[in-house]
Design a protein around this ligand. Sequence first.
Ligand code: PLP
Length: 371
Amino acid sequence: MDRDKILLTPGPLTTTLRTKLAMLKDWGSWDADFNAVTASLRQRLLAIIHGHDSHVLVPLQGSGTFSVEAAVATLVPRDGHVLVLDNGAYCKRAARLTTLMGRRCTVLSFDEAAQVDPAALAQALATDASITHVVLIHCETGAGVLNPLQAVADVCERHGRGLIVDAMSSFGAIEIDARKTRFDALIAASGKCLEGVPGMGFVFIRKAVLEACAGRSQSLAMDLHDQYVYMGKTTQWRFTPPTHVVVALHEALKQYEEEGGQPQRLARYTSNYRTLIAGMARLGFKPFLDPAIQAPIIVTFHAPADPKYDFKTFYAAARARGFLLYPGKLTQLETFRVGCIGAIGPFEMEQAVHAMALALQDMGIAASAVT
Ligand SMILES: *Cc1c(COP(=O)(O)O)cnc(C)c1O
């Protein structure tokens, strides 16, 4: 059958037909029509964080990680010192790319089942005056933890340090307001909660720090300051833009606005999350995280204790019913993940739970043997 499978993954994810149809056209990168779409996209993205006064929006070709790397390279001076707050796999990736770009990097580690602790950050900043920037992952997609952005931003502001936020899997669904929360850079991408297709990232950069960023990047392609200046002069992207991704994201943003913006996106994902948790509980599955720190974005479940369980078989059985699951990303425990985001609602989540129930049946695992 050629029906698309439902992606229960945190990007790429299921998109609407309207978003997919927006890609059935060719666009010239020099053409005024396309450059108007880019300009409109940048304005719409700034509006989501109420950032017109405080920030600029710089888009960048590539997957989300490209934009994280570009933000660190563009904002952090070569002799800067980055402190990464680490409670999971995406934090470790941010630390690794910082080190690879030759910036001094210190990691402050937390349990992957807990939020990062603003008090521990305050302590670290008080003891080490050489730290210039802090990196925070807003929603740690590894386990699904929502980290305390506002408290971390307040600590950074009080200590006069820059804050770089990877908001890849939270942006558009969890409220972020640049008028209330101070950050130097915040990064997200097309193929997550905005429900576009993957292929571009974007970075909000605080106007107050923008000018000092000139010449900091050691990379030509990843220099966000240069991208910003060029776009300002020409209305065009430096180097070939991902034209189809841009128009698809623009179409996805129109639907985002029609749906009611961030509050409604969060409401739908929360109802997906609740449907998932309730259904999985009926099957005996236990979530890994305390619900108090769980973002309604992606949920980590403990794998069934039954020796007959094997993720590849479970995945294939759910896939045969039209649903794509996501492997776990924890270092110590056998888990799997289910995304709550994308152009899906509670009805699809009910069906996903049903598909997983049948997958267990295929494997000969009784619901009572899950825990
Ligand atoms: C998805 C994601 C990224 C980017 O991953 P890519 O595979 O490069 O798109 C970065 N950080 C977080 C927290 C994410 O969820």
